[in-house]
Design a binder for this molecule. Structure first.
Ligand code: 6PG
Length: 228
């Protein structure tokens, strides 16, 4: 059954603050229950304010390990690196004490990087919190609707952890957590802004878009945080 909830906010600042508070609560609960917490975050442009708010949260950051939902196959010095974004805007202030597991590695090709990342991320599973973004084509993480082998990519039963993605619309090869890993997380949030993304999200199920696959297969209801 498709279950989800949309929480609506006035503007980018208030949605970022509310999402940061919700994520901080989940991380605190995870630390209380299991002594540590794992968090996977998305890149792109939307999360910057959210990262800034979360980096100030008063939680036991020494016990938190952060990784990425997806990554572009570019080194951390690139403007397009999600690792760079996270290091510069999330892993600062109080959150500087958190651990970080990158999914990019400097190897010959994205397939080898996916193998290395799968080993590194395996020790963090199941993830306590996943924060997704979405594009206006309905992609989430790097699960692009025009990706090669898209049916395998969108199979929630996959045993794979991190997958190499080649999609014409993606810009460069990508690395993404698999749909299976995302859907087995203990909490999944989606952060979207603007009317265009809201309309895509509302119509995603009818068009069988990747974001709808996540909503459908997630172990716990996906909670969407939206502002115009
Ligand atoms: C990435 C992502 C991706 C992102 C969406 C939305 O690295 O590009 O993690 O899935 O969340 O493309 O991106 P914007 O926030 O820039 O619109």
């Amino acid at each position: 059954m498709r279950v989800f909830e949309v929480r609506e906010f006035e503007d980018s600042e208030s949605v970022a603050r509310a999402l940061a508070a919700a994520v901080a609560d989940r991380l605190t609960d995870a630390i209380a229950a299991r002594g540590r917490a794992t968090l996977a975050v998305s890149g792109g442009t939307t999360p910057v304010r959210f990262f800034q708010a979360l980096s100030n949260a008063e939680i036991d950051w020494d016990r938190v390990v952060v990784t990425l939902v997806d990554e572009r196959f570019v080194g951390p010095s690139s403007e397009r690196s999600n690792e760079r974004l996270v290091r510069e805007t999330l892993l600062v202030g109080r959150a500087a004490r958190a651990g970080f597991v990158p999914i990019y590695s400097q190897v010959e090709n994205v397939e080898l990087a996916a193998e290395a990342a799968s080993e590194a991320v395996a020790g963090l599973l199941p993830l306590d919190v996943v924060v997704l973004g979405m594009g206006t084509d309905g992609h989430t993480a790097s699960l692009f609707p025009d990706a090669e082998h898209v049916d395998a990519l969108l199979d929630p039963a996959t045993g794979r952890t991190v997958i190499a993605v080649h999609a014409p619309s993606a810009g460069e090869p990508r690395l993404t957590l698999s749909l299976g890993v995302i859907c087995k997380a203990r909490a999944v949030f989606l952060h979207i802004e603007g009317d265009a993304k809201r309309a895509v999200f509302d119509g995603a199920a009818a068009r069988n878009l990747p974001i709808a696959k996540v909503v459908e297969a997630a172990k716990t209801p996906v909670v969407t945080y939206w502002a115009p």
